[in-house]
Design a protein around this ligand. Structure first.
Ligand code: G5P
Ligand code: MG
Length: 214
């Protein structure tokens, strides 16, 4: 079974949601660059201060910042021992090449979904600032049991600063500009890229994912 995995997909494709499902069946460490950057923004670090202006504009944070963050995280003992699942990284060819120098990937899972399916997901997303659990207020299966509160720890749910229509358009365009370069890079490695249909029900997508990960 794959131990070093990239989850690749557009904003709102379901990377974070599927990562949570994988964690239940495999001990791999979930490394979301978006979550790491938001943590830095919340705690006011230098990285967070620099990153916020890019994130709010739907642009990519400079490669050197993100690459350093990922290298540091995957060099920790838990990631070395259990493997890791990268969510939202690499996003540029430069990031993919830098990753190659420090780790051999087993699988790049591309979540396929069209733009028109994404906006509602982005606008309806809410998350728990305590445990990170992701919800959607427009989807019965994904909405919290008590409106506005986390099912697991009852924390009030929050909406991300970049989850609005204007920033979504910019994030989508950023994704379009970079995604082919990354997918083409991995497509040259036999058997590396595996596609899952991100538009089916959660259960079907999850089953497809398990299958492609072996
Ligand atoms: P992020 O945080 O990586 P994005 O834009 O790549 O942000 P995002 O928005 O976090 O990705 P996701 O993780 O793919 O999307 O999606 P999700 O949260 O699991 O699901 C979205 C919503 O849909 C949720 O409400 C969920 O409940 C619902 N949902 C999930 N699955 C399904 C389904 O099957 N069906 C239905 N109906 N609903 C579903 O990056 C943020 C910013 O950080 C910077 C950039 O500025 C970026 O814009 N950044 C980087 N910059 C440079 N390089 C990098 N590598 C960077 N990584 C982050
Ligand atoms: Mg995410």
């Amino acid at each position: 079974m794959a131990r070093s995995i990239v989850l690749f997909g557009a904003p709102g494709a379901g990377k974070g949601t599927l990562a949570e499902k994988i964690k239940k069946i495999m001990p791999v460490v979930h490394v979301s660059t978006g979550d790491l950057l938001r943590e830095n923004v919340r705690s006011g670090t230098d990285v967070g201060k620099k990153a916020k202006e890019f994130m709010d504009q739907g642009k990519l944070v400079p490669d050197d910042i993100v690459i350093a963050m990922v290298k540091e995280r995957i060099s920790k003992d838990d990631a070395k021992k259990n493997g890791f699942m990268l969510d939202g990284f690499p996003r540029t060819l430069e990031q993919a090449q830098a990753l190659d120098k420090v780790a051999k990937m087993d699988a790049v899972v591309v979540i396929d979904i069209k733009k028109e399916d994404l906006k509602k997901r982005i606008l309806g997303r809410r998350s728990c600032p305590t445990c990170g659990k992701i919800y959607n207020i427009y989807n019965e299966q994904l909405m919290p049991k008590k409106a506005g509160f986390c099912n697991d720890d009852n924390t009030p749910l929050i909406q991300r600063d970049d989850d609005n229509e204007v920033t979504f358009e910019k994030r989508w365009n950023t994704y379009l500009g970079q995604s082919d370069g990354v997918i083409n890079y991995y497509s040259k490695m036999p058997g590396m890229v595996r596609h899952v249909d991100g538009t089916r029900t959660m259960a079907i997508t999850e089953a497809e994912l398990k299958k492609v990960l072996g």
